[in-house]
Design a protein. Structure first.
Length: 283
């Protein structure tokens, strides 16, 4: 018997996924709270552990891990951008250990170390965002924001903004399929040409995004939506009434809050999370 699927912002998810047992507000706060971890913690070992935890969460929530493969080139490009930025513009100190000299440019271990620290942080943050978009719908975002007493207009605008991310990915896949239909084999291209190709996708993606935003604007206008009067009369939240917070929601929120508070206190009063404690700084 085929598995029933539910559309999310980034793809499809089985309707029996354990993540759907949580209230949309809990899932929304997961993004807001857990996203603070990689910004507070710079210790690469902990960020690697966080990335492994997110991959395990993907598995438990029945999110297809193949969705991450769609971003492998983005991960590679991100690494090269960060490495180049820190190598050429990371500065130089006489105490730095020079690994190689490329003309006037000195590639130092300290700059590469900083590049690795920043890259690992970003990978953790990106995995959090991919998980959020893979498990949330536009409706869930609106319900979560309304549960936090955010005005309906602002909640709906936030839902549309995040929905546009999923639509942009669909547009990107459409462009890729059009290239394949014209016998363009990306796998056969050298790496430099692949990077150049991904840069050329920006123009059609921006054009499609502008056209889609105009279509959405016309659709909202035809249905009588007006983005004015944020303090207008009370609006009945019919969808919100269909969701109830459970003990599991309160337990998850309490766990995330306690963990975040613990990290903040440890960062303030101890040096356990300092970069100097990392193995990279002992090399």
């Amino acid at each position: 018997m085929p598995t029933k699927m539910r559309r999310s912002l980034l793809g499809y998810l089985p309707v029996d996924s354990p993540i759907f047992s949580l209230h949309p507000m809990t899932r929304l706060l997961f993004l807001l709270i857990v996203s603070a971890y990689p910004m507070i913690v710079r210790l690469p070992e902990l960020n690697v552990a966080g990335s492994i935890f997110m991959l395990a969460l993907f598995r438990v929530s029945k999110v297809d891990l193949r969705v991450i493969k769609n971003y492998k080139m983005a991960f590679v490009n991100l690494f090269f951008v960060i490495a180049i930025a820190y190598t050429f513009f990371g500065g130089y100190n006489p105490d730095y250990r020079v690994l190689i000299e490329l003309g006037p440019v000195k590639v130092c271990w300290e700059n590469l170390r900083w590049a690795m620290v920043v890259y690992i942080q970003l990978i953790f943050a990106i995995l959090i965002m991919i998980f959020f978009l893979s498990t949330m719908r536009e409706r869930d975002i609106v319900v979560g924001l309304r549960a936090l007493r955010v005005p309906f207009v602002l909640a709906y605008m936030a839902g549309l903004a995040l929905r546009s991310i999923g639509l942009s990915i669909i547009d990107f896949n459409t462009i890729r399929e059009a290239e394949k239909a014209r016998a363009l084999d990306l796998q056969a291209l050298p790496f430099s040409e692949k990077v150049k190709k991904f840069g050329m996708y920006i123009v059609p993606l921006v054009a499609l995004a502008i056209r889609r935003s105009d279509e959405v604007s016309n659709a909202l206008d035809s249905r009588g939506f007006r983005f004015t009067g944020l303090k207008s009369g009370k609006r009945t939240d019919y969808i919100l009434s269909k969701y109830r917070m459970t003990k599991l929601d309160y337990a998850v929120l309490a766990g995330m809050g306690v963990f975040l508070a613990g990290i903040i206190l440890i960062s303030i009063y101890t040096d356990w999370l300092a970069l100097e404690s990392s193995l990279l700084y002992r090399i």
